[in-house]
Design a binder for this molecule. Structure first.
Ligand code: TYD
Ligand code: MG
Length: 455
């Protein structure tokens, strides 16, 4: 009899399963991500594989299902509530992903504190830190009240028992990569462990109506499965991102079964934990140089929220055959395209210059509405002529050098007004549709040449 195959290859990025190894994952096209892992339950040799417990359910009419407002619980942080779509839905499974050390445990501990103070029964399960370490972190954050308990455990079978005894409302699993199920043969952190563990957590969340937050580390190397493996199983996927060298952190919704995904929340890492940043524009423009050429304030939208940021460009004579172009925080190809537009439509000899474009503050932004500000920054640096520092610029640029309309122009102008800007250069088409105001000078432009004329 042929020997039954007991291992398979899994992609630790996306979880793709294959019988053969491959250098590149056929599903997500990542290189060197396929790892060999045992498959199937550990008990399969003896033929007594345990089945997952069946949840007894019956079909129901839509009219029989009641939805109450109280099903959404506020986390005590507006920034987080907005990303979740107006609070966390009870019985949902939320994945919080991010690089190690970005502040996931800190954020969730603070959320636990708020929820416990609001009368929820909270259980924080850590597989990474000892109770002492958690206590030290909690001391930094401040007073904890209410029913907030901690548990250090990595065995999900044990956790399941604890949950059925304790019956908490909210559970934190920190992190999914440290959890394991007895009946899966592979090591904790492997694709099949991570997947099966999430499966069990999902059954618990839906079956018992417990809200579960799962922490997932984004891993670049090693054999630990990344959070993308479980994205499709959970209700909501949030990524916590930010620059290591900057203090602000951005919480971004990637998937949300209960709300929109284009919202962000902004936090700042302080000595006493994370604090909400209610006005990110002010934060982003902090420390702006005055009267410098090549710096333009742009207005981008993050979901329904306008955000002002500084676009910087440095254009210098090139000594190389192929001029150097770099873009930090925005799309490199987009910058190349805009430079080609300048070359062809405005007759600037961009090919003789190196160009470096940067979004100040480490923000990543790919919105087309930044186009016009990138163009203005490039020309401002090329001519060494500063753009008026009380002016905000936004608009999409087309290949013929025309300035095209962008969405939500009014909100963008309002944000500029709120922060005391005196003028705004925007697409003429947007201006035509707007109510006139005397609080800010609005300058409509039809093409790139008109915009550059204001330099
Ligand atoms: P942590 O929440 O442990 O990150 P993760 O769980 O995502 O791995 O965050 C750790 C970092 O946050 C660490 O570098 C220290 C910093 N930190 C502060 O700056 N202030 C604080 O009050 C706390 C608790 C952490
Ligand atoms: Mg942590």
């Amino acid at each position: 009899m042929a020997k039954a195959k007991t291992t398979a290859f899994f992609c630790r990025e996306c979880g793709y399963e294959s019988a053969k190894w491959a250098g590149q994952c056929p599903a997500c096209k990542e290189w060197n991500t396929m790892v060999e892992e045992p498959t199937g339950p550990r008990t399969s040799q003896t033929g007594t594989a345990r089945r997952p417990p069946l949840i007894k359910a019956r079909p129901a009419l839509l009219s029989e299902i009641s939805v109450e407002e109280k099903d959404r619980v506020t986390t005590g942080y507006q920034e987080l509530d907005r990303v979740l779509g107006g609070g966390v839905v009870s019985g949902s499974l939320v994945l919080v992903g991010g690089d190690p050390g970005i502040g996931k445990s800190t954020l969730l501990l603070q959320v636990c504190r708020n929820l416990a103070a609001a009368g929820q029964k909270v259980l924080y399960i850590s597989g990474e830190e000892s109770l002492k370490q958690i206590k030290l972190r909690a001391n930094r954050i401040g007073q904890m009240t209410g029913e907030l308990k901690f548990l250090c455990e990595t065995s999900l079978d044990h956790i399941q028992q604890v949950l059925s005894q304790e019956k908490p409302d909210i559970v934190i699993i920190d992190s999914i990569q440290t959890m394991y199920r007895e009946e899966i043969a592979s090591a904790p952190g492997s694709v099949s462990q991570v997947r099966e563990s999430t499966n069990l957590l999902m059954q618990i969340a839906k079956g018992e109506g417990i809200t579960i937050f799962i922490v997932g580390h984004v891993t670049k190397e090693g054999v630990v499965a990344g959070p993308r493996v479980l994205e499709h199983m959970v209700d909501t996927v949030l990524y916590f991102e930010g620059d290591r060298h900057a203090s602000y952190r951005i919480l971004r919704g990637v998937k949300n079964r209960f709300g929109s995904t284009n919202e962000i929340g902004v936090f700042e890492m302080r000595e006493q934990g994370l604090a909400e940043v209610e006005n990110p524009s002010e934060f982003m423009l902090d420390g702006r140089p005055e009267g410098a050429s090549g710096a333009v304030v742009a207005c981008a939208m993050e979901g329904t929220r306008p955000m002002l940021l500084e676009v910087q460009a440095l254009v210098t004579q090139s000594n190389l055959g192929i001029p150097r172009r770099t873009a930090a925080g925005t799309d490199h190809n987009r910058v190349n395209l805009l430079m080609a537009v300048l070359e062809k439509r405005c007759h600037y000899e961009m090919s003789r210059y190196d160009a470096y474009v940067n979004i100040a503050g480490g923000m990543k932004m790919n919105e087309p509405a930044l186009d016009l500000s990138i163009i203005m920054a490039l020309v401002s640096s090329l001519k060494d002529r500063p753009v008026d520092e009380k002016t905000v610029v936004f608009g999409e640029v087309g290949l013929s050098g025309e300035v095209r309309a962008v969405s939500m122009a009014e909100q963008r102008v309002n944000e500029a007004m709120k922060l005391g800007f005196e003028a705004c250069i925007l697409p003429q088409i947007c201006l035509d549709k707007m109510k006139s105001t005397d609080k800010i000078r609005l300058v409509g432009v039809r093409n790139v040449r008109e915009a550059i004329g204001y330099l």
